[in-house]
Design a protein around this ligand. Structure first.
Ligand code: GYE
Length: 343
């Protein structure tokens, strides 16, 4: 996008005295037709509103952001929402009030955090979203925020479904453990997986059409949390003792499900085949032990790419609306090589 043109539009809009409506509240002041510019400086204060620090993935992401900020001599102001969406909204408000130079953060829920992106824009603070995206009907990349850096969640779901279909020879009774309700990865990982089985996958249609033998017998949120995954699995096992496969939207819930299966006297990897997403250390161990079948990678190491993107933005480089992170795949053929090397 042409930054000069953007500045001209900014001037036009501010001259028109336009206001902006954010979640029903009016904001006066400058309205940018593009994300607010960020001037070249020696150092920056970066606001990083983390969703929580309750799993290895989040800890890995925070460390990656902290390490990279340190390396560049930038100040990182990190908040912790303790996996509470209302708290993350308040955290972003407070980072805006502190007038950080830029906000880089993962919106916990795709709709709930979209107005926060618009508020930052109205306050003249550019936003880069990492790992999770907001609803584009409320806030648009390249316009309201700089870009989204993250994985192709739909494709992660598709890859999990493809692996499971092959491994189960097209026949399975599946329990799906969904991530946080309203979170971009939970919505899209479900879409990719379910659509593959229905034969309605968009983009890369399934060669074999609908997988009629692959039945999702229950699908419930485990909030991306290990112990919640264990409890949900424990409950679902009572109504669905005939389960033969589990698709968990992250490794932590798969590991919780493995405990629940073992408690119920089942052998994970034999009686029930599990597939999940992330690629954390505990998943590598579970794959090596034959309990978890496979894990699609979803890397938490956003520090280097997030700060590189920020520098590109400062330099006026054109950026795509989505900076896609490529994901590897872990199964019994390679998990041993990654044990202890992940997060
Ligand atoms: O898969 C999960 C975490 O937003 C992509 O959130 C991320 C997901 C990740 O809690 O483990």
């Amino acid at each position: 996008m042409d930054r000069l043109l953007n500045r001209r539009l900014v001037l036009q809009l501010s001259a028109a005295g336009a206001g902006v409506l954010v979640a029903g509240r009016a904001f006066a002041g400058t309205v940018y037709a593009a994300p607010p510019p960020l001037a070249k400086k020696d150092t920056y204060t970066v606001g990083f509103a983390q969703t929580g620090l309750t799993n290895p993935w989040r800890l890995g992401e925070s460390k990656s952001m902290q390490d990279e900020a340190k390396k560049r001599g930038y100040t990182l102001v990190e908040t912790n929402a303790n996996e509470d969406t209302a708290k993350q909204i308040a955290d972003v408000d407070s980072l805006i009030a502190q007038k950080v130079d830029i906000l880089i953060f993962p919106p916990r829920e795709t709709q709930a955090l979209a107005p926060s992106v618009l508020k930052a824009k109205a306050a003249g603070i550019p936003v880069i979203l990492i790992d999770r995206d907001v609803d584009h009907s409320i806030a648009k990349p390249g316009e309201d925020y700089v870009t989204f850096i993250g994985s192709d969640f739909v494709d992660q779901g598709r890859r999990a479904a493809e692996w499971l279909t092959k491994t189960m020879n097209g026949n399975a009774k599946i329990i799906e453990l969904e991530g946080t309700t309203g979170a971009d990865p939970a919505i899209l990982r479900k879409q990719g997986f379910d659509d593959y089985l229905k034969g309605t996958f968009k983009g890369t249609p399934t060669a074999g059409g609908p997988q009629t033998g692959m039945q999702i017998i229950a699908s419930q949120s485990g909030d991306f949390v290990r112990d919640t995954g264990r409890k949900v699995m424990q409950t679902l096992l009572q109504s669905h003792p005939d389960v033969t496969a589990v698709y968990a939207h992250n490794d932590e819930m798969a590991i919780g499900a493995i405990s629940a299966l073992e408690d119920a006297g089942k052998t994970p990897g034999k009686d029930v085949i599990l597939v999940s997403i992330d690629g954390e250390n505990a998943a590598m161990d579970a794959i090596a032990a034959g309990k978890l079948g496979a894990s699609v990678e979803s890397s938490p190491f956003f520090g280097p790419i997030a700060f590189d993107t920020m520098d590109k933005y400062v330099n006026g480089e054109a950026l795509p609306a989505w900076i896609k992170v490529e994901d590897r795949f872990f199964d019994s053929s390679n998990a041993k090589d990654f044990q202890g090397k992940q997060f």
